[in-house]
Design a binder for this molecule. Structure first.
Ligand code: FEO
Length: 394
């Protein structure tokens, strides 16, 4: 996609990656692709804010050169070191070796560790302002959103916030603004992004949004570094982030299970029926055929998580172990749950699932429900009652 003017004299000069299907590792599946957003500000000091993945450097340079010769760039802002935003940096700097580079202290350490070059690094802190002519850039450190080095750049004269990873979505696009896209799709991808990347940092997000509010920053546009730009609904994504960060949930439960011969499937469906009888929305996933990215997205605003597995070799099926390890790292907040599963001659799955659920901070409301071999009508009634009781608690 070619350069787009997003405000008078400010251009998107990034790259759209339609084919990206996995993001930083195998668990985040980006089935809609992604974008690496980079912004060029034409002012007395021509300024570039963030770069792109190194595989897209030629596209980015082409976009910059369509607006102004890349050699005219005076300042480069590095909001975040992660290679999806800085990978193109060394090749850009070949054209502008004397440009001033603005980043946080940890940003400088990170850039030197990644790219070794001796550039003109200038460390900035929260509240520092750099004048670039008609406009000034204000910096706000945002450690752990998403790395220790992360910071936001704000242009007061434009009421424009460039928060890098925050408020982003992994989705490729042909139309760059929120109001040009299907908002249900955008919000769903924003949710997957939050759940799979930012969920562990929720307490920091609440604090950061409060800090921005207390700084009195007026925001009429948010230009993140992934996905569409918020020009019509910036308040919608801020309010929704606050809701997610505070752990606010819906009347909703997620059931994740796997099975050897179908007994645990029967249990899962009976539990679902019990939950539904109390008016609870339920998402049911068989782990081995489900996309973990979407499961995690659904867990974000669910009150209850129920996890089931048949016992195999005295423990759970490996797909459930994989899922639980991923969730432990994401630190879900304020959830209740229970485990269930079938076994043959020895138990193990339910006890090990419970151990992991406790480790991730889930409050277990019931002792794990275990059924020998194949559930009878009576066993299925117990499953239904478990769902119903948890449904009442949601
Ligand atoms: Fe989009 Fe933390 O990188």
């Amino acid at each position: 996609m070619s350069a787009r003017e997003i405000k008078k004299g400010i251009y998107w000069v990034g790259a759209v990656d339609w084919n990206k299907r996995e993001f930083h590792g195998p668990t985040y599946h980006t089935h809609r692709g992604t974008s690496y957003n980079s912004y060029l500000i034409i002012d007395e000091k021509v300024t570039l804010v963030d770069a792109v993945d190194e595989d897209f450097v030629d596209i980015m340079l082409e976009n910059i050169n369509s607006v102004i010769d890349v050699s005219k760039i005076d300042y480069v802002v590095v909001n975040h070191v992660e290679p999806d935003h800085s990978g193109a940096f060394p090749k850009v700097m070949e054209h502008i070796p004397n440009a001033k580079v603005f980043c946080s202290a940890k940003g400088k350490d990170g850039m030197k560790a990644h790219y070794f070059g001796d550039y003109d690094y200038n460390i900035v802190k929260t509240g520092d302002v750099v004048n670039i002519g008609k406009r000034s850039l204000k910096f706000i450190e945002a450690p752990m959103l998403h790395w220790p080095d992360s910071m936001f750049t704000y242009i007061e004269e434009e009421k424009l916030l460039m928060p890098n990873d925050a408020f982003g979505q992994h989705m490729a696009f042909s139309h760059i603004f929120d109001d040009e896209n299907d908002m249900d799709v955008v919000m769903n991808e924003a949710k997957n992004y939050y759940a799979n990347i930012l969920m562990p940092f929720s307490p920091l997000i609440t604090k950061k949004i409060d800090e921005i509010v207390n700084m009195g920053l007026e925001i009429d546009m948010i230009a993140p570094s992934h996905g569409i730009i918020w020009r019509t609904h910036p308040e919608k994504i801020i309010d929704t982030y606050l809701k997610w960060a505070k752990g606010e949930t819906e009347r909703k439960a997620v059931i994740v299970y796997d099975t050897m011969w179908g007994s645990t499937t029967k249990m899962a469906h009976a539990i679902l029926d019990g939950l539904v009888s109390e008016g609870v929305e339920v998402k049911l996933y068989k782990a081995s055929v489900s996309d973990i990215t979407h499961v995690i997205g659904d867990i974000l605003d669910a009150k209850a998580l129920l996890v089931g597995s048949s016992t195999i070799n005295n423990t759970m099926i490996a797909t459930i172990g994989y899922f639980l390890e991923e969730i432990i790292g994401l630190k879900p907040r304020g959830k209740i749950g229970a485990s269930f599963g079938s076994y043959g001659w020895g138990k193990g799955a339910v006890a090990n699932i419970e151990k992991k659920m406790k480790e991730m901070g889930i409050k277990l409301t019931h002792e794990g429900l275990q059924i020998k071999y194949v559930p009878t009508e009576e066993d299925l009634k117990k499953c239904y009652e478990l769902g119903k009781e948890i449904g009442k608690m949601i």
